[in-house]
Design a protein around this ligand. Structure first.
Ligand code: AMP
Ligand code: ZN
Length: 111
């Protein structure tokens, strides 16, 4: 989609540190990491948020997220996954993405 930063990364018009790619998903390092490990998994197709995603893409995103989390060495100590949806959650990029954060302790409830 024109003007979408994450579509630009999918199209390779914009640079990102890509760590995983398959037919449906792309994973890359977050540009402003909030933990020692912080990457994003997105659908290659533009989907605005999780409300717009079908069952298949939801499954594929989570599958990719866990594959990369294991590769990053997060399986023993664990990690946090976050999907911000719309304004109350502070979604700032309107292209569906899962945050995967690890390498430190996280508090609950989140802010
Ligand atoms: P959210 O607030 O849930 O919409 O998260 C958007 C995330 O995208 C933030 O953590 C940003 O740091 C990250 N982000 C924005 N632009 C880029 C980019 N060009 N490359 C990598 N991460 C980005
Ligand atoms: Zn997009």
């Amino acid at each position: 989609m024109t003007g979408c930063v994450f579509c630009g990364i999918v199209d390779k018009r914009l640079k990102a540190s890509i760590i995983y790619e398959d037919d449906f998903c792309l994973a890359f390092e977050d540009i402003n990491p909030q933990a020692p490990v912080h990457f994003l998994v997105i659908p290659k197709r533009h989907i605005a948020d999780v409300l717009e995603a079908d069952k298949e893409i939801k499954g594929r995103l989570l599958e990719a997220a866990t594959i990369v989390a294991r590769e990053k060495g997060l399986a023993d100590d664990g990690f946090r996954t976050v999907i911000n949806c719309k304004r109350h959650a502070g979604q700032s990029v309107d292209h569906l993405h899962i945050h995967i954060l690890g390498g430190r302790w996280f508090t609950w409830p989140p802010g």
